[in-house]
Design a protein around this ligand. Sequence first.
Ligand code: BTN
Length: 259
Amino acid sequence: MNKTELVKNLKTDYLGKPLIYTDCVDSTNNEVKRLAKKGCPQGTTVIAERQTSGKGRFGRVWKSPVGTGLWFSFLLRPEADFSKISGITLAAGLGVCRAVRNFMGLDAKIKWPNDVIINNKKICGILTEAAAEADKIKYAVVGIGINVNNRNFPDEIKEKATSLTIENGNIPVDRTEFFKEVLFYTEKCIDCYLENHIIPEDYKVLCATLGRNITVIRGKNVLKGIAEDISESGDLIVTDENRNKVLVNSGEVTVQGIY
Ligand code: BTN
């Protein structure tokens, strides 16, 4: 990829403006956080060919090999309560899902809260890190990792990970053009959420978790039940084994038939 092509005909209002393209960084989330602390504007985006310390959720490592995926993060400075953070992350996941569907014609779905999956395997993960000021968002860094042209995965994840090219009959995908589509749809979904204070309706249509048996691990507690619905703020509404309705807003979720 190169910077000139990455910014050419970008259809966004603010995402990718400015765009910082780098060969190698510890983590694009870390880099955007450093820039945020120096006062850089909303929309600032860092994309790297390779990360040496890519981070996943729950303190996991996110492997980011050179030249295969899209590893990038952007800065938001919304005027919003801190409680909107999880909704912003869900909206970003919906944006990636829409981009995959529209650009690639693949049947992408969402595993709540924000993994994007194809054929029940993960192609995208999102890690949002935010700073608060009183109960408001000071800034939010949304980090997105998408497996695009990866042909194989490390043993630990090969059962549950896939890439766009694998799902597309091994035809290589133009990362530059796809990146611009992702920024476009992601910005649209985030704006829609922040304007209407409700997760866009098609999130539920595309959410593969709904209607399935799930297990949620929250610290030492394990909750088993059926994922029934998504609340306005993006919580998962679960009917547990005693038929009680439980709201889940964090935790690691295993979905029967997915992962
Ligand atoms: C997950 O599913 O666990 C979230 C993975 C998020 C990975 C992306 S890659 C770009 C950005 N930089 C990071 O260090 N992490 C995110």
